[in-house]
Design a protein around this ligand. Structure first.
Ligand SMILES: [Zn+2]
Length: 390
């Protein structure tokens, strides 16, 4: 016997399925929607009515046919709902609003001056209030991604490295304030999903994304699917041992990737070598301008990182290896070193078809975050909240 919750689950699933088919094939008729979704025409009539009433989809004309009635075409209604995607980084938050067709309507980047949890929360929320002022009542959901260790399920930030913030209940705080569903995730998983959907990994069934910031993470797509786990800390490479690293890590070991091949490791090495405190991006720019010490450090880092990547290439055998983070500025120095190290350490069949590429979304970090909302539309979760059963 089916229960009320089973019925609700089926309804949610069907709403998401119909939405996905419209998203991929719009504009289309109800008959095509039925054929492509596998749902009966009666179900399509009912679900499309619910989505029309909620202003999620709209009728947008007729399909011209030679005989009989002209079927009415449906498409996503981009006029009503908005959603927000944010990226929190070192001293900034980037925000972008999107319509249901995934078009970015407005972008802003705000500098964040606060460094501790309470004041950072106040500053962030103040920018959010300003950014969403004009369409607050039409805001469907918001998503935020940030580097560090995040419990995606609970939206709980265990550790945000640049600010050294621990135990930040960000999802809960956002939902209490804005009364809409909010999604909080570490950067890496939405990023590789977005690269697979819209970016540099569209043609790859197996792709690996390495994101280097204050810490180092990896996102993996195998057979077109994100590799993830609720139980394990998949994605962090912080404590992967490097070949020659000697520096102590807070975990009690030495030579961990986070102490040797991250942006902060590069900045620390440059400070020790020159006495100058520069950002990783500035060091990359100096290296490109042939400044000796910056170039020397980048080359050392490129070899160490390349050796580490060789291990991952053997393990995951990706077709595409994507690289992102501030060090991307020195891709012309780093990528040849990665190829050199990988080819020296890995059997030929593992790398002969391997393509090493920059990610598409480094300069547009809100786009990967937006995929979290799109997922919640595709699985029907957000749609079941804004529709009423007929
Ligand atoms: Zn460690």
């Amino acid at each position: 016997m089916s229960t009320k919750s089973d019925t609700a689950k089926v309804r949610q699933h069907n709403l998401g399925l119909v939405y996905q088919v419209i998203d991929h094939h719009q504009p289309l008729s109800r008959t095509e929607l039925s054929r492509l979704s596998g749902l009966s025409t009666a179900s399509i009539t009912k679900i499309s009515r619910e989505l029309l009433d909620a202003r999620v989809i709209r009728e947008c004309g007729e399909l011209h046919s030679l005989r009989g009635r002209h079927p009415i075409l449906l498409e996503l209604d981009s006029r009503h709902f908005r959603y927000l995607a944010m990226r929190l980084g070192r001293g900034y938050v980037a925000m972008a609003s999107f319509d249901l067709k995934g078009r970015c309507l407005r972008k802003e980047r705000y500098t964040l001056l606060s460094r501790e949890k309470e004041s950072l929360t106040r500053e962030l929320f103040s920018h959010l209030e300003t950014f969403t002022q004009k369409y607050r009542d039409r805001l469907l959901a918001m998503a935020v991604s940030l580097p560090g260790r995040v419990d995606d399920e609970q939206g709980w930030v265990h550790h945000f490295p640049f600010y050294d913030i621990h135990d930040w209940p960000l999802k809960q705080l956002l939902e209490q304030t804005f009364s809409i569903p909010c999604f909080v995730s570490s950067s890496i998983h939405p990023w590789i999903m977005a690269e697979r959907a819209w970016g540099a990994a569209q043609k790859s069934q197996n792709a690996l994304l390495i994101l280097i910031q204050e810490d180092i993470g990896a996102g993996v797509i195998l057979d077109g699917q994100l590799v993830n786990s609720r139980q394990s800390r998949i994605g962090s490479l912080n404590h992967l041992p490097t070949a020659d690293g000697q520096l102590p890590c807070y975990c009690g070991h030495q030579g961990c990737a986070r102490t040797e091949v991250t942006t902060s490791a590069l900045e620390r090495s440059y400070l020790e070598l020159t006495g100058d405190r520069l950002s990783a991006r500035e060091i990359c720019e100096l290296a490109l301008a042939e400044e000796g010490k910056a170039r020397e450090l980048l080359i050392t880092l490129g070899h160490e990182l390349g050796a580490l990547l060789a291990t991952l290439v053997i393990f995951f055998n990706p077709q595409t290896l994507l690289f992102s983070g501030e060090l991307l500025a020195a891709a012309s120095i780093l990528f040849p070193l990665f190829r050199q190290e990988i080819s020296a350490r890995v059997p030929r069949e593992y790398f002969e078809h391997l393509s090493i590429e920059a990610t598409c979304f480094y300069e547009d970090p809100t786009r990967p975050t937006a995929i979290l909302v799109q997922e919640a539309l595709f699985d029907g979760f957000l749609l079941s909240r804004v529709t009423q059963p007929c």
